[in-house]
Design a protein around this ligand. Structure first.
Ligand SMILES: [Zn+2]
Ligand SMILES: [Zn+2]
Length: 290
């Protein structure tokens, strides 16, 4: 089985919910998935697109973005074959409010994300750039992975998304001087004590870093910590569904990972990795050809 759980029906910054939460739009995502042998599709819209997010944080970007209704979104997704998820940011100090918000809807899974290091800014948005709050790459990387570790330990989430999003800018920003594995360590330790799945996201291939999240060395540390993986593209449009999945399959094969997480009603199970309609031997052949 292949999954694409971290999908956005709504592109960033654009349009009205009514334009994107439609059967027609969902059909485009489903068709793209079927073409690629992706069996399980789920949507995880950003929490900050919803009015309810302002009970958690009143960041200027959120004040601008939070216009949709979470209940209406959930109801709509339940009229489609998509799994129902949400991409929830970790907001320090709002953990109890996050928990009760998540409990009040019947999500299949919750994707947990660190985009913002609180008031220190965003790691993936130049308008609120966290790099301006830190004197060097090492202190920023250290703080980012402390946030990731905290996200894991919070127990609020089923999947930790784009686990090394901090590398998004690639060579546009300085690399840490320390071995990145030093920075990964607190995150890996938290994983060892948690049931959360680690997202393998092909979105990094579309970003300046041009690399899957997580880096190979980080993925190895996740494995050593006993973590299981979830697979997603973080698509914001139908033509991004399953983007770069051949690379992801190769990534899993190189790591020796054979199963991925599948979610329903916030319960997870493991399924063998493979495109629908292809038997494992065929996949082996494809691997050998690649
Ligand atoms: Zn994200
Ligand atoms: Zn996302």
């Amino acid at each position: 089985m292949l999954t694409d759980y971290h999908l956005h029906l709504r592109p960033d910054e654009v349009g009205e919910a009514a334009e994107y939460f439609t059967q027609e739009n969902v059909d485009r995502y489903l068709a793209a998935a079927e073409e690629q042998g992706i069996e399980e599709l789920g949507v995880s819209e950003h929490i900050y697109r919803f009015e309810e997010a302002l009970e958690l944080w009143r960041h200027p970007y959120w004040l601008d973005q939070a216009v949709d209704e979470l209940g209406a979104y959930c109801e709509f997704v339940r009229t489609t074959p998509l799994r129902l998820g949400v991409e929830m940011d970790l907001i320090r100090g709002a953990e109890d409010r996050i928990a009760s918000l998540l409990e009040s809807h019947d999500f299949d899974y919750v994707v947990g994300s660190v985009h913002y290091l609180g008031e220190k800014g965003a790691v993936d948005d130049r308008r609120y750039d966290a790099w301006e709050s830190f004197s060097d790459a090492d202190s920023l990387w250290q703080e980012y992975f402390e946030w990731q570790a905290e996200l894991v330990r919070s127990g609020l989430f089923d999947i930790v998304s784009h686990p090394d999003l901090i590398k998004i800018w690639g060579e546009d920003r300085p690399a840490p001087e320390r071995d990145p594995r030093f920075h990964y360590e607190p995150f890996a330790q938290a994983l060892a004590e948690s049931e959360i799945a680690v997202e393998v996201s092909t979105a990094g291939l579309r970003k300046p870093v041009r690399e899957i999240y997580p880096a190979r060395a980080l993925a190895e540390m996740c494995l050593e910590a006993g973590a299981e993986f979830a697979l997603s593209s973080d698509a914001h449009a139908p033509d991004q569904v399953g983007f770069g999945y051949d690379n992801a399959l190769e990534f899993f094969r190189d790591l020796g990972v054979q199963r991925i997480c599948v979610f329903e009603g916030r319960q997870r199970r493991l399924e063998p990795i493979g495109r629908t309609g292809l038997d494992p031997e065929e996949l082996e052949d494809r691997g050998a050809e690649a």
